[in-house]
Design a protein. Structure first.
Length: 155
């Protein structure tokens, strides 16, 4: 039996999909892939890409952290933020990564190292997802779209 997948942020339902073959995600202990009939699981998520496969399509989403629950072939991702690959502004993500690197290098002001590192991880996750989309030629035309709301215009 295929998986059902929900990706939810405080602002919106990013995806709500049925018939998902697999979900690959970055958990607190590293990358994992969820397949049908997976054992029940609840774990913290680290910033990174989420890739789900549905039919011949692969869909990439950048997550900034959150929680994952797997139960009875249902995968629920409660994310702090989630951006589909087509929503990511690669130039802005690169600027955010560079700012974080500069703050770490200069250690000016009372920059909280943990906050700066978290900002860098978020930017790197966004850049990895954007790069995967670029390598695939802009993504698949038949890629699943969110069911809860239409895609945003611009960034």
């Amino acid at each position: 039996m295929p998986l059902s997948l929900q990706i939810i942020t405080p602002e919106r339902v990013v995806f709500e999909e049925q018939d998902v073959a697999s979900v690959t995600i970055t958990g607190s202990e590293g990358e994992m892939t969820i397949l049908p009939s997976h054992a029940p699981l609840m774990t913290e998520l680290r910033p990174g890409p989420l890739v789900f496969r549905k039919g011949s399509d692969e869909v990439d989403v950048a997550l900034s952290g959150g929680f994952l629950e797997v139960r009875e072939d249902k995968v629920i991702v409660l994310a702090d933020t989630a951006e589909r690959s087509d929503e990511i502004d690669q130039a802005r993500a690169e600027e955010a990564r560079q700012r974080a690197q500069e703050q770490l290098a200069s250690r000016e002001g009372a920059a909280d190292i943990a906050l700066v590192m978290a900002a860098m991880e978020r930017a790197q996750a966004r850049l990895r997802v954007a790069e995967r989309r670029r390598r695939r030629g802009g993504g698949s035309a038949g890629a699943p779209r969110p069911t809860a709301q239409p895609p945003r215009e611009g960034n």
